[in-house]
Design a protein around this ligand. Structure first.
Ligand code: OGA
Ligand code: NI
Length: 384
């Protein structure tokens, strides 16, 4: 290609980046997210949300094919009221090896609270736009927030999703800072999830062959971020995505989803639907569990993994989900010493040398959140 021609092409690319940036800003400045577009009755998905072959950073050729593998595979279901604890622990260990995902039933959170939490998220997202706008911010630390696409300016294509939320542990924001539409249920749900997260961390400790309270002692669930996602009905679901494939920046994530469906898990290189199950909660392992307590060391390298997952959009909606990310205390003022995590000593031996170095979780989170969700996980940075 002649030099002048090349320069012209680069110029065209710059123009197109610039015009995309302007469109992203316009969208962001409405402070009304994707719900605002749907309220304005857009018939086509706007350009900034479109995944094309040019901006598709996903690894699988089937990524634009939103249908799942068509197989009848389902992620394991663990009954937490099973009379035999050894059976529960074994089930969790097996699920973590095979899937990095499982669902829990009989977990102790009443179904009425789960339903009301979904409704609370819906009420907030469906508030009068002028009230809702006041909460719109990209600051996810200082209080209750509404945002569309945390990685709006970094991802190749924006996602068909809005999110409300707040830090839920060690403490929720003061009640007067929470919107009326969701305050009471948010307080109640977060209390219940804290309780359940202790139980799940105990069972995971046992699945690792550790003392039951080990992961709780390490503060793996001391910090929690609660997100209420709203995926509006999409006029052209085949051209965009609800959440691009990613792994979570958490030890574990506890997810409540409504009955619409759309969540898919990468299993043996195929996308498998996580079928909604009334009353159940989905639990998945995040990157921090893989990097620090070295789950994989128990059996063999990379057997216990944080698994890629995504949400495909649908013509029907809204779909609502509530994700609670369990992680250590990472915010200024939470703790004096930097939270450094590395392989748990009792899991190490000559046959099982550490595969990851010790990591300052704040540094890990900083890298995690300074990239687009659609870029590779920073886990590789911390390999020995
Ligand atoms: C997430 C996530 C899935 C869902 O918030 O990290 O993967 O079903 N959510 O909303
Ligand atoms: Ni996730």
């Amino acid at each position: 290609m002649a030099f002048s021609e090349k320069r012209e092409n680069n110029g065209a690319a710059e123009d197109s980046n610039h015009s995309r940036l302007i469109k992203l800003r316009e969208f962001d400045d409405t402070k009304l997210g994707v719900k605002g577009l749907v309220d304005a009755a857009v018939a086509k998905v706007p350009e900034i949300f479109r995944i094309s072959n040019n901006n598709n950073k996903h690894q699988l050729p089937s990524d634009l094919d939103h249908s799942s593998s068509g197989s009848v595979l389902t992620i394991p279901v663990i009954d937490l009221k099973h009379p035999n604890t050894t059976e529960i622990v074994g089930g969790i260990r097996g699920s973590c090896e095979e899937w990095g995902f499982f669902q829990v039933v009989n977990h102790g959170i009443p179904e009425g609270i789960l339903d009301e939490m979904i409704q609370g998220v819906r009420r907030f997202h469906e508030l009068d736009p002028e009230i809702k706008k006041r909460y719109y911010t990209r600051d996810l630390i200082s209080g209750f927030f509404l945002v569309s696409n945390f990685d709006l300016y970094r991802s190749a294509a924006a996602s068909w999703r809005d999110t409300m939320g707040c830090v839920a542990a060690p403490d929720l924001p003061p009640p007067e800072q929470l919107p009326d539409a969701t305050r009471d249920i948010l307080i109640e749900y977060s209390k219940q999830v804290k309780q359940l997260s202790k139980t799940i961390l105990e069972l995971l400790s046992e699945a690792l062959g550790l003392e039951p309270n080990r992961l709780n002692q390490l503060g793996c669930g001391a910090g929690q971020l609660l997100l209420g996602h709203y995926y509006p009905a999409c006029p052209e679901p085949e051209v965009t995505i609800g959440v691009t494939d990613h792994t979570d920046a958490s030890f574990i994530t506890i997810l409540l989803q409504d009955q619409i469906g759309g969540l898919q898990v990468l299993h043996r290189n195929k996308w498998v639907d996580v079928q909604p199950r009334k009353g159940a909660l989905v639990v998945n392992l995040g990157d921090l569990l893989q990097v620090s307590p070295s789950f994989f060391l128990l059996v063999s390298n990379d057997k216990f993994i944080s698994v890629s997952h995504r949400v495909v959009p649908k013509r029907i909606g809204p779909r609502i989900s509530v994700a609670c990310f369990l992680r250590p205390l990472i915010h200024k003022g939470d703790t004096d010493s930097p939270p450094v995590y590395g392989p748990i000593p009792e899991l190490l031996s000559e046959e099982n040398p550490p595969v990851y170095v010790e990591a300052d979780v704040r540094e890990f989170m900083r890298i995690h959140s300074s990239r687009g969700l659609d870029e590779p996980s920073p886990l590789q940075h911390f390999r020995v």
